[in-house]
Design a protein around this ligand. Structure first.
Ligand code: ATP
Length: 267
């Protein structure tokens, strides 16, 4: 459902996310339940964090889980890319940040997702660094406006946590750090199962075995999504070259073909 033209509730469900149970649990108590049952959280006598940083290798579900959190909470989702925020508004970046947060407040409850958030911090001190410096300062002001931020949850994502400006990681800002790892063999099975949710898979296909195969070693979630696409394409090729008019069903042979092409994108 689109709302107000700039934010919407994402259509990613928990079932679309494979693995990452620990993160799910954390987000459940810090965001989802807090939005759903505010009365439960009133008067617990402590400041609960509402800023998070997801870090880890690319393609392992940072964006996906952030969207699922918003969906589960029935909250709006605003997706902003660090580099975009910088480039689009050179010269008026502070205004851009202010506008962003004011939008977020207007459509609260809301998850404000900062992808590649490290872009906002790496070049400080370098030439052109003042643009980032000012943007960053404005960002800190907005993040610290706790009173104003009720119902606005901030999630940042980065592949390079080590270059993040320390100031951004303090409590109340992107205060809670959550690692999103490359999937384990068992996680890969869960991811494959999530990825086939809306597809026709032959009943003889053994996803538990496929996910644990050596040729799947070090594949990220995004690599597994690519593997799935390849399997679908293999099934399609076969169908196009046959005269049968059966529906598209993905078989083990299609996965085998896809597996022969798979390679990890993260070293
Ligand atoms: P980046 O750092 O490159 O932004 P990311 O960690 O945000 O990566 P996503 O954009 O969430 O990665 O993942 C890319 C795609 O890979 C997803 O749209 C999904 O198809 C697949 N994918 C990744 N992780 C998972 C997962 N845990 N479960 C199911 N699918 C996944």
């Amino acid at each position: 459902a689109r709302r107000e033209g700039f934010s919407s509730i994402p259509n990613v469900k928990w079932e679309d996310v494979g693995g990452l149970d620990l993160l799910r649990h954390e987000f459940d108590r810090y965001i989802v339940k807090r939005i759903k049952y505010p009365e439960l959280y009133e008067g617990i006598g402590m400041n609960l964090e509402s800023g998070f940083l997801l870090y880890g290798p690319p393609g392992c579900g940072k964006t996906l889980i952030a969207k699922a959190v918003a969906n589960e909470a029935g909250a709006n989702f605003i997706h902003i890319k660090g580099p975009e925020l910088l480039n689009k508004y050179v010269g008026e970046s502070e205004l851009a940040v202010r506008t962003l947060f004011s939008r977020a407040r207007t459509c609260a409850p809301c998850v404000l997702f900062f992808d590649e958030v490290d872009a906002l911090t790496t070049e400080r001190g370098k030439e052109g660094g003042w643009v980032i410096e000012r943007l960053l300062n404005q960002l800190l002001i907005e993040l610290d406006g706790a009173e104003n931020r009720r119902g606005v949850f901030v999630i940042g994502a980065t592949n390079r946590p080590e270059v993040m400006d320390r100031a951004l990681l303090r409590p109340g800002r992107f205060g809670k750090l959550l690692y999103v790892p490359l999937p384990s063999p068992d996680d890969r099975v869960l991811i494959l199962k999530a990825l086939v949710r809306n597809k026709h898979i032959d009943s003889s296909v053994d996803l538990s075995a496929i996910g644990r195969m050596e040729s799947c070693e070090n594949l990220s979630g995004a690599d597994l999504a690519e593997l799935m696409n390849e399997a679908v394409m293999a099934a399609l090729d076969e169908k196009l070259s046959s005269t049968e008019t059966t529906s598209l069903i993905i078989k083990t042979s299609h996965f085998e073909l896809a597996l022969s092409k798979a390679s990890p994108s993260v070293s």
